[in-house]
Structures are given as C-alpha cells and as structure tokens.
Design a protein around this ligand. Sequence first.
Ligand code: ADP
Ligand code: MG
Length: 606
Amino acid sequence: MSQRITILPETLTNKIAAGEVVERPASVIKELVENSLDAGATAVSVEISAGGRRRIRVTDNGHGMSREDALLSLERHATSKIKVDADLDGILTLGFRGEALPSIASVSRFSLATRETGSPEGTEIIVEGGRVRDVRACGMAPGTAITVEQIFYNLPARQKFMKSAETETGHVADVIARLAVSRPEVDFSATSDERELLRLQRSDLQRRLAQVVGRESSQHLYPVMGEDDSVTVSGFVSGPALVRSGIQTIFTYVNGRFIRDKVVQHAVMQAYRGVIDRGRYPVVALFIELPPGEVDVNVHPTKHEVRFRRQSAVHDAIQAAIEEVLRSSPWLGRAPVASPTASQTTTLAYRERIAAAAQASLALPPRQPHRPQPARQTGAEFALLGVLPEQNTAVNEPASPFQPERSRTGPDGYFSSLAVIGQFHHEYILCQSGSELVIIDQHAASERVAYQLLKQQSRTGGIESQRLLFPETVELSFGEVTMAVRFSQDLAGIGFELEPFGGSTILISAVPRMVVKEDTILLIRDILADLERFGTSAAFNDAVESLLSRIACHSVIRGAHQLENRQIEELLFQMDRTDFAASCPHGRPVSHVVTLAELQKIFKRT
Ligand code: ADP
Ligand code: MG
C-alpha cells in the first residue's frame, strides 16, 4: 500500500487561490473527471440523474488509492500533486489545491470506492455532509468510483441556485465535451437518467472534435500550427462557412487545461476580423503550450483563468497562427480535415439537442448538395457579377440575376466610364476619372447592387426564388419554428419556402436565388430572429426593406477577395444600373474620390 498524498503546510495553502469550486453538478463533475485524468485513467464514465441534482457517479480506471490515501484525500489541503512552494511554478496536473473532494463531500451524501492497482481489494468510504460514516473493504476493479447524491441537501439556500434538470444536463455535457476535446486518447461515456448522452471512443483530436462539434461542422475545420520562441499553438479552426452565435464552440487550452481567457479570446477574434461578422464566433479548438513557469494557473479556484508572464507574446502567437490559416484560405478548394465515419458521430445529435436546450444556438453550415463548386468559384460575389462563363454551364447552376441584358459596347455611365487601375488589398477597386482617383469598396458596392435588384423584384411580383434540388433541414429553437410557421406566407414573398418537418426541425425547399450559395441557414436564423421582434404581418411589411438588406448582405462574400478585370467591369456596369444613394444598405459609403489637388497637397507639390 502506497502513500502519495500529504497535507500541505499552511504556508503553502495560503498561497493557493482560495474559494468554493462546488457550484452546481457540472462543477462537481469537472473536479471528479479532472482527478480521474490526473490518475492516468484511459476510460472515464459519468452517470447523472435529474441533471446531477439527484445523483452523480464518476468511474475511472486510473491508478486508484490505498486505504490511507483514500482517507487522506478527504482532508482539506490533502494532495499528491504538489508538495512544496516551488511546485506551484511548474504545475502539470489539472488539480493541485487538494480541496475538491472535501468540499464536495461536505455538501452531499458522498461515497468513494477505490482500489489501487496491484492491491487485492478496494476501500469504500461513506461520508454524509462531511462526516465519515463508514470505512470498509470492497471488491471492485482497479480504479476509482465516486458517487455524489443529493448535492446541497444540507444547504437549502444553495439548492435554489441550481436550474432545471435539462439546463444542468446541458452544463454537464459542456464540461465533459471540454475535457474530452483536451484528451482524445481517453474514452469518455456519459448517461443521463440512463439514456446515453455521449460515448466517445479514444481517437485523435480531429475525430474527437468531429464527435463533439458534429460531423458536418468538422468538415469546415482546418489545422493550425504555429511556433514562436516558447509558445506553441496547435489545433483546428473553422473557415468563414462555419460560425456560431455564441462562444461555446471556442475551446481553448493552456498546457492541456481548458481556459476562458480574455487575452486568448481577443487574439482569436482579432484573427477573424473582417472574415466573419460581428456577433459571430468561429469554431476553434486551440492548444497553447508553453513552459509551466510562463503561465500562472493559480489565479482562480476554478482554474479557468490564467495569467501569462508574456501576455502579448502569447496573444501575437495565437493571432499569427490563425491568420496564417485564414490567409491561405484553405476553404477555397483544398480538402478540409477528413470526416469521420457516421458511427462515430451517432451520439452527437443527442448532445446537440441538449446543447440546444441549454440555449446554445446551433448554426449548422449549409450542405450545398445541389451544386458542385468549381475550385476557383468562391461565392455569390461571382454570381452577382455574373461574368464567369463556366459558372453558367455548371450542373444545376442558377442563372445569374445579373446577366447583362444586352451586349456592352463602350461606356454608358459614370462607373463604366472609369479607367480601372486595379484592385487594392483585394477589397477596393481603384479607378481613374480625369484628374480624380476613385476608390470603390467592392463589398459595399456589390451589396448595394444586390439590394437594389431585390427591391425591384419585390416591387414587381416577388423575389426570384431558387428551389433547392435537395431540400435542407435545420433544427431551430421552439420560438424560431413558431415564427417560421406564422410568417410562412410573408417569407414566401421574399423567396423562402419553409415548412415544419416535425419537432423543432424545419425543411427549407427554396431560398432567394441570390443567396443560394451562401450561408442560407445562418440567414434564415437571422431573419427568424428579426421576425420574433416584429410580431405581426403588418410589421413584416414595414420591415421588408431591412430584411432585403439582410439578404443582400448575405448574397455577397465578405472580406478580401481577388477580382478579375472583367468582374470589376461587370460590377461597374451594374453599378450604373443601380440607384446609388452613395451608400450600401448599411449606410457605409460605396466610393470615395481623391482629387489630384489633394494628392499634390500630400506630396507638397503646390
Ligand atoms: P487535488 O486534485 O487538487 O489534489 P482533490 O481533493 O481533488 O485535490 O483530490 C485529492 C487527492 O485525492 C488527489 O491529489 C489524488 O491524490 C487523490 N484522488 C482524487 N481522485 C482520485 C482518483 N479518481 N483516482 C486516484 N486518486 C484520486
Ligand atoms: Mg482534484
């Protein structure tokens, strides 16, 4: 029988961030599973009933504890993970405070059964509200099983802070997902009221992520790898086709520990600036590795917060690594990460449903089954410009709404008459008009052109709609489905055909032609969210223009984008047919003129 655990001296415990870690079932499970992982477990199973409020059980096949250690582990500040002050500077385990087990045992009916590898029998300790009631030998497989019943039974005030079983289950699923992503080599299984919540077999990070974020989503993930002095950044990040409306799918880890850190989050969002819209979040699983002395995890008792010694170096390393991936635009043609087999993802739908119940909004990417994408063609902007001949021969390619109606010979308007100098930064078109330099924001211009066309169509008999060859289903919240049904007539008028498809699923069979290639599902969610605010059909009509501007915005690609000369010419041609209030529907300017006199002033030629 070995003894690993010692009680920390007070001089050391005073240096440890103090505070309560037991807040709700999910926090208990986090502590217990972290202990299992620290004990070298290769399989961890979690069972809960009533969202963990009635019962939690975590079983592992780790190294277990001797009888002495098992008794010691229930004392405050008893840990096997650090011994002296200096150990605080090099923590490699998930735990080190020696407080979780006694805290949990003091607020529940608790039982710890453990058998050390090589020991003939196990030990079971029964604790009630912090009092040891029984210690006995027991037969069991090597490893540890901890049962926590009636959490906060002796603290009615704390009980009130727990939410419904469904919500608590959602938090539990989130906690397990975070831990599972950090340790793909470990089997995880979880049941809730005897129904399987998830079953994740050991595999690699790529597959584990697919199991957690969904197989479809995982097809939009790309590997990241960056190294800078002492900081290594690795993992997977999503391209612009996969965004969510919450930060729940940003998994960030420092030395294997899940963290939620402002510096890290800021670096991630900086990298996506201009690539995804505000209020949207990418799917990210990022592992930041640095020497333990470079990061302090002893900041907060839950250890979700850390402090970096060289904060800006870490920030820049993360931003650079992600930008590197985004700059190479891998989603434009290269194959993304391999998708796992269907059987590996069967448990996901359930987790996703639970996550949805816990109000994690799921913005699944469009499947786009109706059209093979030529590698160079990247989005609606080209369709909008409508000049690539190969597009119009592609299978099932919708005709461009911007097909020129007549052959174009010679300039016939202000924009067409401009002499194109070229493109700047793949975002602006530079032109010359006499002694003026004309700068056009290509995104704002495309958006304005699209908006104009939509308005014109809605005035004259409705927005052109494109039927999908393979209708798509999308899971929505209860409120969103209600809106989809209530406004189905109005929505048809602007090109959407949506119908209920059982439960919280709707079927999308047609969308406005202009957005057929783009993030349809995201757009539908945005529109349904708008409708929830409007309430009535009358209000719908008042708001039609803002909906159209939303559609227009979704019909053009965002961010930097290289254009060929003929595409630029086509855009200028279409701009001449657009009633420009000199702004895009969002009110941003479309073009800007710099006069020769202004330039001469800059260069002090006057
Ligand atoms: P900490 O993890 O911070 O050390 P805990 O209160 O969570 O503190 O656990 C106390 C000690 O009990 C741990 O240091 C470890 O030695 C032992 N222990 C807890 N859970 C397990 C487990 N599942 N398997 C083996 N040992 C465990
Ligand atoms: Mg612990």
